[in-house]
Each structure stands twice: as structure tokens, then as C-alpha cells.
Design a protein around this ligand. Structure first.
Ligand code: MN
Ligand code: MN
Length: 328
């Protein structure tokens, strides 16, 4: 059961004395309710632009577990980012974008065969209201049911911008398989995403068949630089409705040790932030940050990188909302 602070402090009215702009009680960065960036915890989506929610799943990993603690880890790490204006944006991301923390998706961890549909139902409930989603994983399997719901809402196929050490397109024809390395094989086969207009960044594991997705592997990014990466990504996805998924193991284990399947030779957090911040022209319909495993983290370094990436995704969504309004 999530704590409904919104019942006490509705986001739509002026904040009461002793509360911040989101209606949360004033608290130092190390205290208080650890919602994502101190947004109100609520399931009331009236007038809400983006619902941040967690999917605390770690049953689909092939190596180290612990991502069930990922949403809580990213929320705790995000609180520090809510203290000041967003850098380098120089704005309050919530001045024009109404964001709430929707809490976590409920599923029965003891009934693995029900998890896929529970996540689809969770996403459908949010998307049906016209609210966009920023989802905190959870292992990367969660992106498959999220893509099912997003393709229903925004039309298929979607384009995919996918940051990862792994392509996650290894073959798997078992429809009940709960596997964090095969979701995009299935998503491509089912027409949820268009491989010709999709791109994977930071890859450094082998697959005999990358299924036609453009691969900007980690050596390519290191050799060509972030600006060339940005240019490639923008030209591949164009103006197609696009889902953005960030597996934190795209980062080198030096920057993200707290993850299930770390691989050496990855991007730095600075490189990844620079690329994500430059995606303002993308027609973004949804996003997630996955594979943060706090039990394997050190000094919250992984959770902090992930929270920062998620916060920048909200800044992208804020700017895109303003651009949509300016065109109208
Ligand atoms: Mn992955
Ligand atoms: Mn990965």
C-alpha cells in the first residue's frame, strides 16, 4: 500500500505552509518521504503529465538478483536532485510538467506466470488516462510488458532507443519465459518495435543475430564520441514515436557496479548523461531506467547515476510538452 500524501496535499492547489512546491512536508535531503524527486505519492492522475512508478522485479535476471530494491534505491538517490534546479537545464522540471510518484506495480512474486500480465495491466491503467510513464526497474524484463502497453496506446511498431551492455535479442520462443536477455527478440518478432528505426548504444556482448537493429557498440561510442552518437541516434529514430529504455549496465562497472550483469568497457555516466540530454528532438512516448541492484551497489553510486538519468528524462519530457504547446 502506498502512502497517499496527495490526499493531504493535492498537487493541484497551492502548497500549504510548511510544504514544498510539490506539497510535500519540508525535509532535509536525508529525511522525509522518499518519493521520486519528492513528488506527491498518489494514484490520482487527473491533470498529471507523467507518472513515475516502480516495478520491483528481479526474477528474470540471468546472474545477480537484487533489482527488486531498484525503485526504492533510485527514489532515495533522487531526493538530492530535487533540492536544486536541474543542471544543466537551469529550470525547475516541474514548473510546466505535473509529475507524481505512482508507487510500485503490484504483482505476485510467487506466481511468476502472472507477472507479465500484472505489469501490462499496471501500464494500461496509467496510459489510459493520457498520462505518460517513467518507470523504475526492476530487471530489464519489465520493458517487454511495458512495450506491449505502449504499442497499444501509441501504435506499433514503436522505435526503440536502448542503452545497454547487452542487446537483449537472444532467441527465446517460449512465450512464458521470464528472461531479461530476450525481451527485444520477442518485441521485434511481435512487431512492437521496428528494428530499422531502433538503435542500441553501449553494446559489448555478442549475439550472432542483432535482428537488424543499428548497434552503436561501446567501442564505437568511445572511438566516435558522444556528438556522433547523438547524431546517429537522432537520424535513426527520426520523428517516430519512440520508447527510451536505459539498462544501467550500459555504464561501465566503475560507474554502475550495482547491477545484475556488469560488463567491463562501458560508457561513463558523463557520456550517457550527455547523450540522453541531447534527445530533445525525439518523439518520446515513454521511458524506463532498469537493472539497478542496490545490494551490489557501493555508496549508492549506481542508484545516483540512474536517478540522474531518470531526472534528465523528466527534463526532456518537460521541454517536449512546452514544444507541443508552442506548436498548437
Ligand atoms: Mn538489458
Ligand atoms: Mn544489460
Amino acid at each position: 500500500m502506498t502512502l497517499n500524501l496527495n490526499a493531504l496535499h493535492p498537487a493541484s492547489t497551492a502548497p500549504a505552509a510548511g510544504t514544498d512546491a510539490a506539497g510535500q512536508p519540508h525535509a532535509p535531503t536525508y529525511a522525509g518521504v522518499l518519493s521520486f524527486m519528492r513528488r506527491p505519492y498518489t494514484r490520482d492522475l487527473i491533470g498529471v503529465d507523467v507518472a513515475v512508478s516502480g516495478i520491483p522485479l528481479d526474477l528474470a535476471t540471468t546472474f545477480r538478483p537484487g533489482t527488486r530494491f531498484g525503485p526504492a534505491g533510485m527514489r532515495a538517490a533522487s531526493v538530492q536532485l530535487a533540492e536544486l534546479g536541474a543542471f544543466p537545464w537551469g529550470v525547475d522540471p516541474f514548473d510546466h510538467l505535473n509529475v507524481v510518484d505512482y508507487g510500485d506495480c503490484w504483482f505476485d512474486a510467487h506466481n511468476p506466470l502472472g507477472i507479465r500480465d500484472a505489469i501490462i495491466a499496471h501500464a494500461r491503467e496509467i496510459l489510459a488516462t493520457g498520462t505518460r510513464m517513467l518507470t523504475l526497474g526492476g530487471d530489464h524484463y519489465i520493458t517487454y510488458p511495458l512495450l506491449v502497453a505502449h504499442a497499444e496506446k501509441y501504435g506499433k511498431p514503436l522505435s526503440l532507443i536502448h542503452f545497454d551492455a547487452h542487446c537483449d535479442t537472444w532467441p527465446d520462443d517460449n512465450p512464458d519465459s521470464l528472461n531479461h536477455g530476450t525481451m527485444f527478440y520477442r518485441a521485434i518478432r511481435e512487431g512492437l518495435i521496428d528494428p530499422a528505426r531502433s538503435v542500441q548504444i553501449g553494446i559489448r556482448t555478442w549475439n550472432d543475430d542483432f535482428m537488424g537493429v543499428r548497434i552503436l557498440d561501446a567501442p564505437w561510442v568511445h572511438c566516435n564520441g558522444t556528438q556522433a552518437t547523438i547524431d546517429e541516434v537522432l537520424s535513426i529514430v527520426g520523428d517516430a514515436p519512440t520508447y527510451l529504455t536505459f539498462d544501467i549496465d550500459c555504464l561501465d562497472p566503475a560507474f554502475a557496479p550495482g547491477t545484475g550483469t556488469p560488463v567491463a568497457g562501458g560508457l561513463s555516466s558523463a557520456q550517457a548523461l550527455e547523450i540522453v540530454r541531447a534527445l530533445g528532438a525525439v518523439n518520446l512516448v515513454g521511458a524506463d531506467v532498469v537493472e539497478v541492484s542496490p545490494p551490489y551497489d557501493h555508496s549508492d553510486v549506481t542508484a545516483l547515476a540512474a536517478a540522474h538519468l531518470a531526472a534528465d528524462m523528466l527534463c526532456l519530457m518537460r521541454n517536449q510538452k512546452l514544444q507541443r504547446h508552442q506548436r498548437m
